[in-house]
Design a protein around this ligand. Structure first.
Ligand SMILES: Nc1ncnc2c1ncn2[C@@H]1O[C@H](COP(=O)(O)OP(=O)(O)OP(=O)(O)O)[C@@H](O)[C@H]1O
Ligand SMILES: [Mg+2]
Length: 285
């Protein structure tokens, strides 16, 4: 069963590193990806010549101004839309559509309205073929995690926006997919739930070895969670900086080291001529 397996990230990284000269295995590659939208009203270049790799097990956070193409980028990786030019490969194969290996948590909750809260959370596990007896404790745990254990029988239309979002997060986390694509998943939540879920996500990532692609406008959240932050330019979106966050985990959002990185990410967002001033330093926190 997926959840009971503990995952030793260091061990896996060491064994992967021995596989090839390049170190850790690449999971996703984008090469010269551009995306144009044409409607009867206007043409938009949403993404302009984007190239980067994501390694297996990396936690990548994307920040950038509103409308710069973050969700468009996530949709291409999810296989929900196609690039106008360039290539995207996942485990060496071109991305041709959505797959169970890449699960999306959208900016706005997308739930099955005919299912109750519990069945929504259970849905992905059922699709994955996890037996009913094993599904029960997993669903219980994730309902508790998002604090919806008292609403498991409720239907989607009976929930607030924040509650719907918590169901969506529980559903995605419960299946522990190869890659989680999260589009501002905590933006609609109250501060207390957001803080709790940030820490839980950090813990889940450390335990499971999932690769996470996470979009946020919150620079502290980016510094807390990321291995590497990709900073995008205003529209048309391109990557203008990559900031590795060289901090040990578990991280605490209130430590100076996290706050300093948040300031660095903010500065990269604000200044068009941003250059990284410091070499990678590993802070102990
Ligand atoms: N289906 C579409 N048809 C036409 N234009 C689109 C479509 N989807 C996105 N766009 C345009 O592409 C650009 C990037 O949009 P996108 O939603 O990716 O931005 P974003 O960075 O996610 O913004 P936000 O932070 O506000 O969520 C915008 O100019 C938007 O109007
Ligand atoms: Mg968006």
């Amino acid at each position: 069963m997926v959840l009971s397996a503990t995952f030793d990230r260091e061990l896996v990284e060491t064994s992967i590193a021995t596989v090839g000269n390049t170190g850790i295995e690449t999971l996703l590659t984008l090469s010269n990806v551009s995306k144009h939208f044409s409607t009867s009203r206007h043409d938009t270049t949403a993404l302009n010549d984007i190239s980067f790799d994501i390694k297996k097990g990396e936690f990548i956070v994307v920040v950038g101004p509103s409308g710069c193409g973050k969700s468009t980028l996530l949709n291409l990786i999810a296989g929900l839309d196609k690039a106008t030019s360039g290539t995207l490969t996942f485990e060496g194969k071109p991305i041709r559509g959505p797959g169970a290996d890449r699960v999306v948590v959208f900016q706005e909750a997308a739930l099955y309205p005919w299912l109750n809260v519990r069945s929504n959370v259970e849905f992905g596990l059922k699709m994955k073929g996890v037996p009913a007896k094993e599904r029960k404790p997993i669903v219980d745990r994730y309902l508790e995690l998002v604090n919806l254990q008292n609403f498991q029988k409720a239907l989607v239309h009976e929930l607030s926006g924040g509650m719907k979002q918590r169901v969506q997060i529980a559903r995605a986390l419960a299946v522990e997919p190869d890659m989680l694509l999260m589009d501002e998943p905590f933006a609609a939540l109250d501060a207390q739930t957001r803080d709790a879920l940030q820490l839980e996500l950090q813990d889940i990532w450390t335990r499971t070895g999932s690769t996470i692609f996470f979009i946020t406008h919150n620079v502290r959240e980016a510094a807390l969670l990321a291995d590497r932050v990709l900073v995008m330019t205003p529209s048309p979106g391109a990557i203008k900086a990559e900031i590795p966050v060289a901090l040990q985990r578990p991280r605490n959002p209130d430590t100076h080291a996290v706050v300093d990185y948040a300031a660095e990410i903010r500065s990269a967002l604000q200044h068009s001529d941003y250059h990284r001033a410091t070499a990678d330093t590993v802070y102990a926190i």
